[in-house]
Write a protein that binds this ligand. Structure first.
Ligand SMILES: *Cc1c(COP(=O)(O)O)cnc(C)c1O
Length: 431
């Protein structure tokens, strides 16, 4: 499979090159030259398949012969070494729990797959590289955990000072070894811009073999499509499937659209956001206006200029008319989110995290008009990750999974920096 840049100013590259480059030199985003499709027989038998086999079939269509079958099967099963349960919250409303991985957020899926792909190719060529990753909270933890101890790869995590939860900060500042944390005096968008600017500095990029682990990297997106197939396999007999995706940078939603393009029968995608609503606004008006991000209680979705929007556009052939049919957008404020966490817990004893609650809200709003659908929302993080928000809402302590509690005991190590490229260069030089 070859990958092209959405800006079309650079040549097509292999999968290996696309994931090591992260971002093409023309500041576009990589996309597969054709979106592969799966045969009808695959969808007829999918409910009898194991998660790892479904994931392998999907991955192999995007990677082709660059990773041999045996290695790719192992890579997929190492990535998904945890369950992805689907839990019925109310009649016809299902939570797809993506938080059973090591850092308790769905980003483990993408980060673990990316780490294993890079490590596979690095071992073939003994190539050294540096991963730069901007995080609004969960990415940094997942990438740090996914790459910890991986040979030939150093990781630098940039996170906005004071804008992520305590436990998230612990998760990305206490790993040590080949993982370094930068505490940036700015917002997530500043962190993301620092990373983007570093990639656009071609001299710097070449000198340190810079690679991106943000959801702009194709190796994050591909595995995020696996679980849409999985949800379909589990629920296909129940009716038309609609999926609500709580979204920030829109990697997860884009992965779902790719799955749909591959032939997966999902009837409707719903883009649910917090107050950072540039995509729902675009769907309504046809005008895309990136804004500075607003801080909310679903902080991993505080993104004012979502990178994957340009991939979504590509999927819909740049047609706003088509996109607004394929994706329905809703936005919610913090009061609605908090009230939903409280109400759902009270009515069902199911505890949503603030991100999942936004997804639940969008799903319910859509299902009011389409009551016969079978609805799934992605539950993207464990509620204990956002204990400081959720505990006051339900007025009860949340039990912390052991793997999260471990992080809280360790000592934070981070370098505080301003939002300039010079600061980042200083860190790279010291490595
Ligand atoms: C990153 C994140 C999101 C948003 O995912 P995108 O792919 O950036 O849209 C939602 N929920 C949680 C918990 C996250 O960490």
């Amino acid at each position: 499979m070859k990958y092209y840049s959405t800006n079309k100013q650079v040549p097509e590259v292999s999968y290996e090159e696309a994931i090591f480059r992260g971002l093409p030199d023309d500041n576009g985003l990589y996309m597969p030259t054709t979106i592969p499709t799966l045969p009808a027989s695959f969808f007829e038998e999918i409910e009898d398949m194991k998660l790892h086999d479904i994931a392998y079939e999907v991955a192999s269509r995007f990677i082709g012969d660059e990773i041999p079958e045996r290695d790719l099967r192992k890579l997929v099963s190492d990535t998904l070494n945890f369950d992805l349960p689907i839990v019925e919250v109310e009649q016809n409303v299902y939570s797809l729990e993506l938080y059973h991985g090591p850092t308790c957020a769905f980003k483990d899926v993408g980060a673990r797959f990316l780490a294993r792909c890079l490590s596979y190719f690095s071992a073939q060529s003994d190539k050294k590289s540096t991963i730069l990753v901007a995080t609004s909270g969960d990415t940094g933890a997942a990438v740090g955990s996914g790459f910890l101890g991986v040979k030939n790869i150093n990781v630098i995590i940039l996170y906005p000072k004071g804008k992520i939860s305590k436990i998230q900060e612990q998760q990305l500042t206490t790993l040590g070894d080949n993982i370094q944390a930068l505490e940036v005096r700015g917002a997530f968008d500043d962190c993301q811009k620092m990373v983007k600017d570093a990639f656009l500095n071609l001299e710097l990029k070449a000198k340190y073999n810079l690679t991106s682990a943000n959801s702009i990297n194709m190796a994050r997106l591909i595995p995020q499509s696996f679980y849409y197939f999985w949800a379909y396999a589990m629920l296909k007999d129940l009716g038309d499937l609609v999926v609500s995706v709580p979204s920030g940078n829109f990697g997860n939603l884009t992965a779902g659209l790719l799955a749909q393009k591959m032939g997966l029968p999902i009837k409707q995608f719903i883009a649910s956001t917090n107050a950072n609503d540039v995509v729902p606004t675009y769907l309504k008006t046809g005008v895309f206006t990136p804004k500075p991000s607003t801080a909310t209680i679903s902080n991993a979705m505080d993104v004012g200029n979502p990178s994957n929007f340009y991939r979504m556009k590509e999927v819909f052939g740049s047609s706003w008319e088509d996109m607004k049919v394929g994706v329905i957008g809703y936005a919610y404020d913090d009061a609605q989110t908090a009230e939903t966490v409280r109400q759902v817990y009270q009515a069902t004893e199911y505890l949503l995290d603030p991100h999942g609650a936004v997804g639940y809200l969008g799903l319910k709003e859509y299902m009011k008009e389409h009551p016969k659908s079978v609805g799934v929302f992605l539950e993207t993080a464990h509620p204990a990750k956002f204990g400081d928000v959720v505990e006051p809402i339900i007025k009860q302590p949340i039990e912390m999974p052991e793997r999260l509690a471990e992080y809280a005991k360790r000592t934070k190590v981070a370098t505080e920096v301003d939002t300039t490229q010079e600061e980042l260069i200083k860190v790279l030089e010291k490595m």
